[in-house]
Design a protein around this ligand. Structure first.
Ligand code: NAG
Ligand code: NAG
Ligand code: NAG
Length: 290
């Protein structure tokens, strides 16, 4: 009885710290939204994994039960093997409420023909405005094994990491008049769906349904609340001049190397798209290293 009680107390303490007690309880933290008949949990050794599948009838989708405002979300994903042209797997966070001012942080994995690179497509919406696409080739075969994908969100920046390494940062430039998500809670979603209208080679390569069902695996969903400086009540109350969230040199180096070596598209350098019109403001701020 005493042992049970202390276990319960440890559980409560972990929840209060905003830490996830165990990777083996993913089914308690997420719920299936659609395609439940196409989705199953299974044990992979000690780790509980979730298989999302897609066939010509339906895809599948889950979401986290909890919502959060500032924190770090991590997930290991093993993408669809073989010919995944037209198939898109996602992990994204999104606020609830009206679409017209929703916030969203997107990671979408664009499938491809066997042996061709899978693209990590990222985007960030603030107050309903997106159009901030950056795409990267992954420097490994994301279908051969699980890799860790992380969204880190605090008042100063949003950081996307792959296997711990930063690939994209979207900084808070509110002082220059660029909107940043600072007040709406978000929830994690993961899904597998058919997007052969546009996903692969600009929509030229279609989904080969003879290969269905397509399956992507998700495991070890972890979430940790953003930790403010000692004495500060929560990250949103961190003083403006605090250095708590300054990017360190290692992260800056990782971002530069991802940009130089793996980036295949950046809205900030798409001159065709902004032909004759102004680039979004954050593009020049970023270039100036602000
Ligand atoms: C798919 O492979 C082709 C050929 O290597 C490549 O050009 C393209 O960028 C890849 N990704 C997508 C999403 O089409
Ligand atoms: C689960 O993910 C967390 C955060 O990325 C990591 O620290 C931990 O080692 C992972 N656990 C397992 C069992 O892989
Ligand atoms: C931040 O500003 C406050 C109030 O102006 C000041 O008391 C504090 O010392 C500053 N902290 C840093 C790290 O500069």
């Amino acid at each position: 009885m005493a042992a049970l009680l202390s276990m319960l107390l440890v559980g409560v303490a972990l929840v209060q710290l905003g830490m996830h007690p165990s990777a083996a309880t993913m089914d308690e933290d997420i719920e299936l939204i659609w395609g439940a008949s196409h989705t199953y949990f299974f044990m992979d050794g000690e780790t509980e994994s979730l298989a999302l599948s897609l066939d010509d009838q339906q895809g599948s989708c889950f979401r986290s039960k909890a919502m959060f405002l500032y924190g770090t979300i991590s997930m290991e994903i093993k993408l669809v093997e073989g010919n995944s042209a037209g198939v898109v797997a996602t992990a994204y966070t999104i606020s609830e409420g009206p679409w017209s001012y929703h916030d969203e942080i997107d990671l979408e994995f664009l499938g491809n023909e066997t042996g061709q690179p899978i693209t990590l497509h990222t985007n960030i919406f603030v107050n309903g405005v997106g159009g901030r696409e950056q795409q990267f080739y992954l420097p490994f075969d994301p279908t051969a094994d699980y890799h860790t994908y992380t969204i880190e969100w605090n008042p100063k920046y949003i950081l996307i990491r792959v296997d711990g390494k930063a690939v994209r940062a979207f900084k808070n430039y509110e002082e220059y008049g660029v909107a940043f998500p600072t007040w709406q809670q978000q929830r994690l979603y993961g899904s597998l769906w058919d997007a052969d209208e546009w996903a692969t080679q600009g929509g030229r390569v279609k989904t080969d349904w003879s290969e269905a069902p397509f399956v992507a695996y998700y495991r070890n969903y972890t979430f940790a609340w953003c930790q403010p400086s000692p004495g500060v009540s929560w990250c949103g109350a961190e003083p403006r001049n605090s250095s708590r969230f300054d990017l360190d040199q290692r992260t800056l180096d990782e971002l530069r190397s991802a940009s130089d070596q793996h980036k295949v598209y950046d809205y900030c350098t798409d001159h065709k798209r902004y032909d004759g019109s102004e680039f979004p403001k954050e593009c020049s701020l970023q270039r100036q290293g602000l």
